[in-house]
Design a protein around this ligand. Sequence first.
Ligand code: ADP
Ligand code: ZN
Length: 520
Amino acid sequence: MTSREVLRKVFGYESFRGEQQEIVDHVVAGGDALVLMPTGGGKSLCYQIPALVRDGVGVVVSPLIALMQDQVDALQNLGVRAGFLNSTQFPDERSMVEAQFLHGEIDLLYLAPERLRTEQTARLLDRGKISLFAIDEAHCVSQWGHDFRPEYLALSQLHERWPDVPRIALTATATKATHAEIAQRLGLTDARHFVSDFDRPNIQYRIVPKNDPRKQLLDFLRTEHADDSGIVYCLSRNSVEKYAQFLSDNGFTALPYHAGLDAGTRARNQSRFLREDGLVMVATIAFGMGIDKPDVRFVAHVDLPKSVEGYYQETGRAGRDGLPSTAWLAYGLQDVVQQRKMIDDSEGDQAHRRKLMHHLDAMLALCETVECRRVRLLDYFGQSASPCGNCDTCLAPPETWDATVPAQKVLSTVVRLRKERRQKFGAGQTIDILLGRRTAKVLQHDHDTLSVFGIGTELDEAGWRGVVRQLLANNLIAVEGEYSTLVLTPDSEEVLFKARKVSMRRDPERVRPAKAAKAK
Ligand code: ADP
Ligand code: ZN
């Protein structure tokens, strides 16, 4: 069959989408390919169709062990002969699939990357006929990326051992740096690169300052997505449980998903999410890779993602059907403090920490931008765009204001507190001092006698939290140690002593419709 016939007869689709046709033709002809295509773009057909058209078995390397069974079932339902080998199988199942491979009785074989490292698997592959290697989630090979898996490094050997077999590497997430690293690490020197448009115009991006996240989430869901399917991402297992309970208590059908749940519960919750309408999955980032549900109407983050790549991939799970969808993120001072601290505490060398910092900084820049979110997002992936009209900053352009004086007040307070060597104070104490609050902790340390006590009455608490958050986001201040003590950075000195101007994004007023009406 030709590739077009396979597309129609096997998969039941009328026409190729985007660059699928070119990619398929290139791989069918035996060329190597590196495919960057957003989630939902249709990457699977790019290797499945060549595997069916070419002689031999297509070997698909995928880290998604939990999904292999589903993927193979789905193919078998279409009448495609497929199998998988991974650590979840019994030995007899494994030998059956191995026999099918050797006799050419399957067209697609899914393999976990750690399998490929074993000499036993390599010898098995030597004895069969391979039509192509597909390397799915190829960004996992990048140490610079956000989802590095050491097993992927061994994939560089595919070409040395089987030089005549074409390879196609695919990913939905790659900045310029990751893109180059994938090509280099996989030795894809002669590969053609297919880079799709990463824009997802039907997704509306919104990032709001976090002040009362539960209430904010509830308002968002009730007013815009009351009966819709969607995902709420949380940073920790504990908050997943709490948010799932909270949404259930408030009339939503919400289920938790995180790596601490047993495999049975996870599988059950996942399959309910795929099959039922109007279900909210509250999850850590353990959930979502490889999930193909077309009508996810929203992706909400109640904690700050660690990188733009992660954010893009997670939000990309919304609106695969092309219909309007929302990516909503609530983000606040505490997120910055917590994540900076997590990086400080993280294992690994200095270079590793620097990488994590760089990822976080890029994410913070996206949060604090006054420009179109989509422009910033696409720019991160090396693509240019013009203001989209479908993100919060386009719909309600945020103002900027000269925050130089408030910034100097925060920094001076930090300087005063630093003089008390043994004491460690974080953002909360700093703000209490600026506001002139005589709290127990302020009195205990005689902080009401500091010259900066009470000099910050021009802003309220939320205002000061916004200022500290933006100082942190812009590296004009840093946090350090167990108590997340605020400390100066080299750049702070310029603000304090050289009158460097600080411009900030004005946080939107909290919406209080009733009061606002009365005030008139
Ligand atoms: P990705 O792996 O890039 O996230 P998939 O390969 O899972 O995307 O495809 C996303 C969805 O689009 C799937 O439901 C798939 O069946 C569908 N799809 C892919 N290619 C086509 C096509 N040419 N015509 C219609 N639907 C397609
Ligand atoms: Zn925009």
